[in-house]
Structures are given as C-alpha cells and as structure tokens.
Write a protein that binds this ligand. Structure first.
Ligand SMILES: NC(=O)c1ccc[n+]([C@@H]2O[C@H](COP(=O)([O-])OP(=O)(O)OC[C@H]3O[C@@H](n4cnc5c(N)ncnc54)[C@H](O)[C@@H]3O)[C@@H](O)[C@H]2O)c1
Length: 382
C-alpha cells in the first residue's frame, strides 16, 4: 500500500511498541488515535492496573482537557488524588516549578505506586517526567501529549528535564514512561503556529532516514496541518516508529540518537540568542536550522544543492520560517560561539548533523567553522 493510500484509510488506533535493548521490563506502548483521551483510563488499566493518579497539566491545557481526563480515569476505576496546573510555557521548566510540583505530588498523598499523568505539551511532559523520576525515588509516569511536538517527539524516548542558568534541558534524567497516549483530536485546539512548529519535527524524520516519508509530507503535510485525522495518525505513527527504533538502539544518545538533532545546533544558537522568547518557537528554530544544515551540506559538496532547495521550499510552502529574523550579520560571532557551546559539541569540535541527500543524515564531528560561518552569512543577508 502506498503512503498516500495509508493517509486516506479510515481512522484507526495504532499501537507502536517501544522495545528497549537494555531492559525489556521497561518496554511500553504508544497508542495513537482519535478520541483516545476518553479511553485513557482503560488503556492505562489494561497495562498497569487500577491506580491512584496525580495529573500534571498546564494553565492552557487544564481548562480544555483535565475534566475529560479525570472522568476517563475514574470510569476505569482509577482514583485521581490531585490535578496540578503549572503555568503554560517554557518558563515552567525551572527549579521553582519543579519544587512546587514535587510538593503538590507529595501533599496529595502520593506513594511509590501512584501514577503521574502528564497531560500537555513538551513542557509538561519534560517537567512531569523529571518529577516522576525523582519523586519517591521514581514513580510511574504516563504521557498524554497534547501538541504535535510532544506527540511525535518529546513524549517518546524518556528524556526529561528542566532548564537552568547554564542552558536548556541541562538538568534532567533518562526516564521512560510506562505508556504514551497520543490523541490527535487534541490537536484541534492547538494554535496554528504551534502546529507548524510541530510539523518541522515531523519532516525531520523523513529528512534523516526516510526519503519516501518526506515525499509523503510534500503531498500530505498541508492537510495534516489543517486537521485531517488519518494523515495525522499516519504521520504520528511513522514518527513514533522512527523514534522507537532510534531509542531502542541508543537510549542514552551515545550514537544514532544524535541524528534526531538535525537542525538543532543552528536552531539552539538562534533560540539562545533571542533568549528563548516567543519570537521564535523551538520548532521554528528547527525549521530554519534544518534548511541551514542542508545548505551547509550542499556547500561542502556532500549533498546535491537541489535537495537543499527542496527542503527549504517545502518548509516555506507550509508556512514555516526558513530565514532567521530578529538577528543580523553583526551577530554571527555570537551565533558561532553559541553553536560551539551547544551540548552536542564534543572536545571543542563542532558536531553537526549533515546530510548526503534527503533521507540520509549523518553525524559530522569536525565541521569546518569557516563553512558554517559562510552559511550564517548567506542566511542572514537581507
Ligand atoms: N524530551 C524530549 O525528548 C524533547 C524533545 C523535543 C522537545 N522537547 C521540549 O518540549 C518543549 C516544547 O514542547 P511544545 O512545543 O509541546 O511546547 P509547550 O508544552 O509549551 O506547548 C506549546 C503551547 O501550546 C499549549 N498547548 C498544548 N497543548 C495544547 C492543546 N491541545 N490545545 C491548545 N493549547 C495547547 C501549551 O499550553 C503551550 O502554551 C521544549 O521545552 C523542548 O525542550 C523535549
């Protein structure tokens, strides 16, 4: 069956298993479908039994979905001890919010058998996942991702954490959830800009390892963004399958998992330069960074120039930014410095994810700084 035919198939629930090479006891499922929030209690009970639960969500998602989540849990015999609403936004990935969250979990009477339910985007998932990994020396966590970024990326794979003065995601743990429930119906309320930011991460999987998936994105990306259910379920499933494979082989990012950082070193430099504020969402930075990584690959003679143009054209066609705004040529020195400081730089060398072609990315550990500077110059030209 072709990928397009997949997208036109009737909407169904899919289960993607995550199998961890090092510890089969920690294997878990990702359930992907439409309306799964209402089945969350049952999906959890089937795998983990009836549990006492604490829900962690944020001030945008809580009013929209917390009641439905609580009702679904109660219907399946779970007992909800408390719901915690952290302030929406990246600012909540910090020590004070972690402390308040931990306090509230313990105040609710949680014990080591209590289940934490992370209902929200990547911020809630990262924060609640981290809290789960350290509260009572480890509580089970179920992720119910509500953004496209979280459904295709952050809820899967077990990276948790918060930001600190020294950078983004620099304090955290590898801690796998017990189940992920991705309900694409929840994406209906997501602001368009957030949806697009998530789409940059979807395209990434095709660019790294799966050229036919990139072609599928070229044909179906717009309908996915506009809310076509079958396309959303298909894309989330494909992305999770890719991530599952990568995480299974390299849970702690010692090798292949680094490929998922395509576009991220350029993107992180831009985000850091702008102080991680609302002017540039993470996914938007990734879109710009991905275009830059392909352009650099072409400049270095590693990848056909036409591939770099195709990547840029598709990202632009769906409405993602492909050129940095709010920074200029005068900022290149600082951007280069920020790239060198990025946590993916090893032993002072610039480690970047580059590509041989669409669908064939690789880790380049010693990239010529002059060529990187040249690409910044090109992208920052008026
Ligand atoms: N752990 C990982 O492997 C991993 C991977 C990628 C990104 N991340 C992290 O994820 C975070 C970004 O995640 P994000 O883009 O989901 O951001 P987010 O959690 O801040 O969500 C974006 C915005 O959308 C709102 N929102 C969420 N779901 C909604 C819905 N269904 N309807 C309406 N509004 C909704 C949120 O309240 C927020 O305002 C970053 O902190 C990043 O570091 C982690």
């Amino acid at each position: 069956m072709t990928r397009t035919a997949h997208a036109e198939k009737s909407v169904e629930t899919r289960i993607v298993p995550i199998t961890l090479a090092e510890a089969a006891a920690r294997d878990y499922d990702i359930a992907i479908g439409d309306g799964l929030l209402d089945q969350a209690g049952q999906l959890i009970a089937e795998r983990l039994g009836a549990r006492r639960c604490v829900i962690v969500t944020d001030t945008n998602v809580g009013p929209l979905y917390r009641q439905r989540c609580e009702a679904a849990l109660a219907r399946a015999g779970h007992k909800v001890l408390a719901g915690i609403n952290v302030a929406a936004g990246e600012g909540s990935k910090n020590f004070p919010t972690l402390q308040v969250t931990l306090d509230q979990i313990l105040k609710a009477g949680a014990d080591r058998n209590t289940l934490l339910v992370a209902l929200g985007g990547g911020v809630v998932g990262d924060l609640a996942g981290f809290a789960a990994s350290i509260a009572l020396r480890g509580m089970d966590v179920v992720q119910i991702p509500t953004t496209l970024v979280a459904q295709v990326d952050s809820s899967v794979g077990g990276k948790t954490g918060i930001n600190a003065a020294h950078g983004k995601n620099v304090v955290g743990t590898f801690y796998q959830p017990r189940l992920v429930i991705a309900d694409v119906g929840l994406l209906d309320t997501l602001p368009k800009r957030e949806m697009l930011a998530g789409y940059a991460e979807v395209v990434k999987y095709g660019l790294i390892k799966d050229a036919p998936f990139f072609r599928w994105c070229e044909q179906n990306g717009m309908s996915l963004i506009k809310g076509a259910r079958a396309a959303q379920i298909y894309a989330v499933s494909e992305c999770c399958l890719h991530k599952a494979r990568v995480v299974a082989a390299d849970e702690r990012e010692k090798g292949e998992r680094a490929l998922l950082n395509l576009g991220h070193t350029f993107g992180h430099a831009l985000e850091a330069m702008l102080g991680y504020d609302d002017r540039l969402l993470h996914g938007e930075a990734v879109a710009i960074g991905t275009g830059m990584a392909f352009r650099l690959s072409a400049q270095l003679g590693l990848c056909p120039a036409t591939d770099a143009y195709e990547v840029r054209d598709h990202l632009a066609a769906v409405g993602l930014p492909v050129k940095p705004a709010f920074v200029g040529a005068k900022d290149i020195d600082q951007l280069m410095q920020l790239m060198a400081q990025d946590k993916k730089a090893e032993a002072g060398k610039l480690t970047l994810i580059l590509a041989r072609r669409i669908g064939d990315a690789f880790v380049s550990r010693d990239t010529d700084a002059g060529a990187v500077r040249e690409v910044w110059r090109e992208f920052l030209a008026a």
